[in-house]
Design a protein around this ligand. Structure first.
Ligand code: COA
Length: 330
């Protein structure tokens, strides 16, 4: 079987910057509290005309450019988001149209913060078995239009931001590129981090009562999520290294999903990994869910934090609960 490699990366961040002090105007919070508990200084919010699909398409355009490919070269699209433009159809087909791709397959993945690695696993498999040569993997989120900006929603609202990232996965020699991907879930914790409404399990899907009860806003059991995240991040990183026969010392860079700076620090401490080996950009963007890893990857490439031959681990934890990792020989 041939290998699969990330051959291009791209990102798109909306130009509207929202610093912590702006949130102080809407809810009882403070720049100090947010920075202390999460590391976040500012995030980006979409403006009129920007959506998960439009941002995803822009990020994908850049990833294709960096891969030296044109839209006709794309064989398949995997789009990860928890905030699709519409209930249906998904964002993958919208991007197929926006980029003028051939009539290729377009799949949407709904695995929240782990969505990008789940999507990467699909791309990796399709390329490795020789089904397709170039798979576009996109992670994009719009949180800002669905957050509770009253004090009641402050624990969740201050964390999340909007943005998109994309990669192109193409063929490589066996043993280089994506060495493997590991995905997990534990659905019994679905309601510890979720957004219930609108819901097809309710008739009507959204009602005055649901709106009054704020069931259309995300709910998060913060402490619970924190504890599980530290445990699962650590486990799934170790799983990737062990299965590929590497030790922690072999790792050049860990790019974790940007959930919360304190989670990344706790994971590094737990594993015994020096913090210089852990990439972080949550200060600028907050938690952008499925978009956070491809945005981080693109910045790492641009800043020279990863170079050919480096051993890089991507890891995530989020709603579901879901958690995942990918080990890449860059
Ligand atoms: N601004 C100011 N105060 C806030 C606040 C905000 N944005 N959000 C919550 N608080 C208050 C709480 O109401 C509470 O007040 P009280 O003591 O008067 O009741 C106090 O701060 C402490 O709240 P608590 O929830 O115990 O804080 P915490 O140390 O657990 O931090 C999180 C809260 C959300 C930052 C933390 O639990 C966390 O990071 N969880 C994981 C979140 C995450 O990463 N989610 C994404 C996963 S992919």
């Amino acid at each position: 079987m041939r290998g699969a490699r990330i051959i291009g990366t791209g990102r798109y961040l909306p130009s509207r910057v929202v610093p912590n002090v702006e949130l102080e105007n809407y809810m009882d919070t403070s720049d100090e509290w947010i920075q202390q508990r999460t590391g976040i200084k500012e995030r980006r919010y979409v403006q009129e005309g920007e959506s998960s699909a439009t941002m995803g398409a822009e990020a994908a355009r850049k990833a294709l450019e960096k891969a030296g490919l044109s839209p006709e070269d794309v064989d398949f699209v995997v789009f990860a988001t928890l905030s699709p433009d519409y209930f249906f159809p998904g964002c993958g087909v919208l991007v197929q149209d926006m980029l003028g791709l051939r009539e290729v397959g377009a799949l949407d993945v709904r695995n929240q913060c782990s969505g990008f690695i789940y999507a990467l696993q699909v791309a990796e498999s399709l390329v490795k078995v020789g089904r397709y040569d170039h798979v576009l993997v996109i992670g994009a989120e719009v949180h800002s239009t669905g957050l509770d900006f009253s004090t009641e929603g402050r624990d969740v609202t201050v964390i999340f931001g909007d943005g998109a990232g994309a990669v192109v996965v193409g063929p490589s020699d066996p043993g280089e590129g994506i060495l493997g991907t590991w995905t997990h879930s534990e659905g019994k914790y679905a309601k510890q981090l979720w957004c219930e409404a609108p819901s097809s399990a309710c008739n009507p899907r959204i009602s005055e009562e649901m709106l009054r009860e704020r069931r259309h806003f995300p709910y998060m059991n913060g402490r619970y999520v924190f504890t599980h995240a530290v445990k699962r991040f650590s486990e799934v990183i170790s799983e990737a290294l062990e299965e590929c026969g590497y030790a922690l010392e072999d790792l050049d860079l860990l790019i974790p999903h940007q959930a919360n700076l304190r989670i990344s620090q706790a994971v590094a401490k737990n594993l015994g990994l020096s913090e210089e080996k852990v990439f972080s950009n949550i200060q600028k963007y907050g938690n952008t869910t499925a978009a956070s890893i491809p945005i981080a990857l693109d910045e790492c490439v641009e800043e020279g934090r990863v170079s050919r031959g480096d051993l890089v681990c991507l890891a995530s934890f989020g709603s579901g609960f879901t958690w995942a990792s990918a080990l890449v020989r860059w």
